[in-house]
Write a protein that binds this ligand. Structure first.
Ligand code: HEM
Length: 463
């Protein structure tokens, strides 16, 4: 008994409907468990709170592997990373290492000064833009902010003074990594020989190689920097130094050996998973606030009343004094999850969901976007209204299945605490020190109306 889904054509299945893929379309018509077939790959899309709980809680262990695609093979260095590695010992080792060396609460607190310093720099730059009345690109500014923090924390790399990359190129690299992650190849859907031939004829593999080589050069430079006897920008030893030490100390009898691919897989994961997600959330938060003056006023009033107007610097302690501000961030995570379908899972055995048979090696997509806008769970689901959380205990940390911006279960985002702080601290600095407006031209009107596109060029005004 397979789940329902749109009609499939011979051989290609639903490939002709790839452009209609959820989150926004298709799944509404076929209920909470929908089956799609792309060539030889079976995909099940989950789009209700109950079915998400069934998959991520009751079947967590059966559904915690990841499918392999050509794009993810490249950015994960042949699945030697955390995010795209299949479930197994290697994944466990890499994930444990990242938790100890990067995400533990001790490490997290020790990086506080980096987050605060980089935000101070941002405030300085925006003050200059405000005094010149020049427009500011939210996308570029916020990618640079998050990229600088993540690269400094994880790789000891100061983007403002680096020989092999400048801060303005970060957005471009993030964009390239997203392309790699999302690009579909014929060989993802059809058996090897046939798929490869089609990719070769269409030139798709060449395009993929080209995009990847730029990212690989950046990752290799980070690695080379760590292999130098004396590092210029190093403030302390980081997760990459620890991995290099472990590689050098490994003995012949050790069953698990780190390779250069593991090192680059780790760098790739942290850069890709860390920068685009937090920057995306920040951009949408600013977009919704600028479009919704009522909420902007309420958030700003709370910030002014609580923190006063004489602060020269925002610290992370200030975040815990604010209540409505945090509800506003929660509402952003609901309306604009950075990974609307989470990362794809793959079943490791045959399971049943809602009585339907889901065979082994089926791809599972959790439609977190549709679940967070399900009208049977949320009142006025498409409205940006943080007040909905005033009397609600629903949170986004993986236990309430109607709100899953960070996923849930074994594969839940290990960088959740870092991501939340990057977003909250960045936003608080933007809102405490500045007022924001749209540029005075016709485009602003259009920007306001299109609910599906984030703002970019904005006017920043000093109080
Ligand atoms: C707003 C910020 C962020 C959001 C919304 C977010 C969201 C997610 C989601 C939805 C997943 C997939 C979870 C699943 O399959 O159930 C994930 C995985 C992951 N995230 Fe994040 N993330 C954020 C920030 C970060 C940061 C800052 C880092 C690291 C610096 C990070 C590192 C990772 C890694 C390594 C994985 C793969 C985990 C695994 O497969 O075991 N994330 N994230």
């Amino acid at each position: 008994k397979l789940p329902p889904g749109p009609k499939k054509l011979p051989i290609i299945g639903n490939l002709h409907q790839l452009h209609e893929l959820p989150p926004r379309s298709l799944s509404h018509n076929y209920g909470p468990v929908m089956l799609l077939r792309f060539g030889f790959v079976t995909v099940v899309v989950i789009s209700s709170k109950e079915t998400a709980e069934e998959v991520l809680k009751n079947h967590d262990i059966d559904c915690c592997s990841r499918p392999k695609t050509e794009g993810t093979r490249k950015i994960s260095y042949n699945f030697k990373d955390i995010g795209f590695a299949p479930y197994g010992e290697e994944w466990k080792m890499m994930r444990k290492l990242s938790v100890v060396e990067l995400f533990s609460s001790k490490k997290f607190h020790s990086f506080r000064y980096i987050r605060e310093e980089e935000n101070d720099l941002l405030v300085k730059k925006l003050s200059e833009a405000a005094s010149k009345q020049s427009l500011v690109s939210l996308k570029k500014t916020l990618h640079t902010l998050v990229g600088s923090i993540v690269c400094r924390i994880a790789f000891g790399l100061n983007l403002h003074d680096c020989e092999f990359i400048d801060e303005d190129s970060i957005m471009d690299l993030v964009h390239k990594s997203e392309l790699l992650e999302m690009t579909s190849m014929f060989s993802d859907f059809f058996p090897r020989g046939m798929g490869r031939l089609m990719d070769w004829i269409s030139g798709q593999n060449k395009r993929l190689d080209h995009v990847f080589s730029e990212l690989d050069t950046f990752f290799q430079n980070i690695l080379n920097d760590h292999l130098k006897p004396v590092r210029r920008d190093a403030e302390r030893s980081d997760i990459i130094d620890v991995m290099i030490d472990m590689m050098e100390q490994e003995k012949d009898g050790d069953s698990f050996k780190f390779t250069t691919d593991h090192l680059k897989g780790m760098i790739s994961d942290i850069f890709i998973a860390g920068v685009s997600t937090s920057a995306f959330t920040l951009i949408w938060a600013m977009t919704e606030l600028i479009r919704n003056p009522r909420v902007m006023r309420k958030v700003k009033d709370e910030i002014r009343t609580t923190l006063g107007d004489k602060k020269e610097r925002i610290t992370e302690e200030d975040l815990n004094k604010l209540h409505y501000f945090k509800l506003m961030v929660k509402e952003i995570f609901r309306l604009h999850p950075a990974a609307p379908l989470l990362l794809p899972r793959e079943t490791m055995s045959h399971i049943k969901i809602q009585g339907y048979d889901i065979p082994q090696k089926t791809q599972i997509l959790i439609n977190a976007y549709a679940i967070a806008r399900d009208p049977s769970v949320w009142k006025n689901p498409d409205e940006f209204d943080p007040d909905r959380f005033l009397d609600s205990s629903v949170d986004y940390k993986g236990v309430n299945f109607e709100l899953l911006p960070f996923g849930s279960g074994r594969r839940i985002c290990p960088g959740m605490a870092m991501g939340i702080t990057l977003v909250e601290l960045g936003l608080l600095n933007l809102l405490y020190f500045f007022d924001w407006g749209l540029p005075e031209n016709g485009e602003a009107e259009r920007n306001m109306k299109d609910k599906d596109s984030a703002l970019d060029l904005v006017q920043v005004i000093c109080h």
